[in-house]
Design a protein. Structure first.
Length: 345
């Protein structure tokens, strides 16, 4: 406990789920203290950040020419290093007011990223004020810990973490990842599929935010008892004027078919790579879904139907990675073998 008080004086330890869609920050001893979209609005003329997080997300698709809303992460990796570092610095400052202390930091990254991409994440964290070295935890491992799976046991645990930019599938046993698959398909890809489909079928252009809202309200991966209909608004590509169209859950299921299939294929490929003993464990314990994409209506039924395995969605799918990374902070010595502090290629 004395160590805990000491770290309180020195600067609280922090775990960050640096997601393509949202960034969550966990402070040791306090839990999740920040959950904001990974968006920065900048002034194009001088590169100044005008808004970060929630405020910046409201500006997407609504900015005048001198303001640009940028998402610094794409497919789970840093696409714009400078902006990402500014965003991290802003979030850290928001939760961590002390100027001089450098907190120990653990950052969750996709399991499929290269050593170079991983180094970029560590550097961004260190530039933003983290103590060196910044520790890295793989997202599926963090999600599994956050979902309460017994990752240290000699049994097979399968986690499917569907984030904004990537879907991570992993089989974990004895504190390590035995088989995994990372595909760059996630919530963003689902939004994109809706935009493309509505454009093709109705000749109407939708904005990113509208597509996301439609996905949340009407998206599904499995037939519903009662199909729903809703009006959505966009711009008519023929006349250029605003237009309202009616779409249904059935139509949107067709729109989402390709990315949903890609997620299911990633699960099947991982199962195929799993040693038989662990596959038998998974057959019994089932597959756990985490991440925002786990909330897509009927995805659990679709996966159960395609794999023949029991499927369960974890209690807090959106927070699983942040909670798992936070847990590895709280129990740093017990779980430090799970973390990387240098490149793993």
């Amino acid at each position: 406990m004395a160590d805990n008080m000491f770290s309180g004086v020195m600067g609280r330890d922090i775990a960050v789920d640096l997601g393509t869609a949202n960034t969550l920050v966990y402070v040791r001893g306090q839990g999740i203290v920040l959950n904001e979209p990974s968006v920065v609005a900048i002034n194009v003329h001088d590169g100044r950040p005008l808004a970060v997080g929630l405020e910046a997300k409201k500006m997407i698709g609504r900015t005048p020419s001198h303001i640009q809303a940028i998402r610094p992460l794409k497919d789970g990796v840093i696409a714009d290093f400078e902006i990402c570092e500014k965003m991290l610095r802003y979030f850290l400052h928001k939760v961590h007011q002390r100027k001089f202390s450098k907190p120990r930091m653990i950052i969750a990254v996709p399991s499929g990223i290269t050593g170079v991409e991983q180094r970029a994440v560590q550097e961004a964290a260190e530039y933003a004020g983290a103590r060196k070295p910044a520790h890295i935890i793989e997202e599926p491992m963090a999600a599994a810990i956050g979902a309460g799976l017994p990752v240290q046991d000699p049994t097979g645990n399968m986690i499917v973490d569907i984030g904004g930019g990537t879907t991570e599938v992993a089989v974990i046993s004895l504190g390590g990842i035995v088989a995994s698959q990372s595909v760059r398909v996630g919530g963003d890809e689902l939004d994109h599929a809706i935009m493309q489909f509505i454009k093709k079928e109705h000749s109407v252009a939708l904005g990113e935010r509208t597509a996301e809202e439609v996905k949340i309200q009407l998206g599904s991966a499995w037939a519903l008892r009662e199909e729903l209909y809703a009006e959505i608004r966009g711009r008519d590509l023929v006349t250029g004027l605003p237009k309202t169209i009616v779409t249904s859950t059935e139509e949107l299921r067709e729109a989402l078919e390709e990315p949903v299939s890609a997620i299911i294929d990633a699960v099947k490929v991982t199962l195929d790579k799993t040693p038989p003993e662990l596959a038998a464990d998974i057959m019994e314990e089932g597959i756990t879904l985490a991440g925002g994409g786990a909330m897509l209506n009927g995805l659990d039924q679709r996966l159960a139907n395609e794999t023949g395995m029991p499927i369960k969605v974890c209690a807090n799918p959106l927070y699983a990675v942040a909670l798992g990374a936070g847990q590895s902070l709280e129990e740093f010595d017990a779980l430090k073998d799970i973390l990387f502090s240098s490149g793993n290629g």
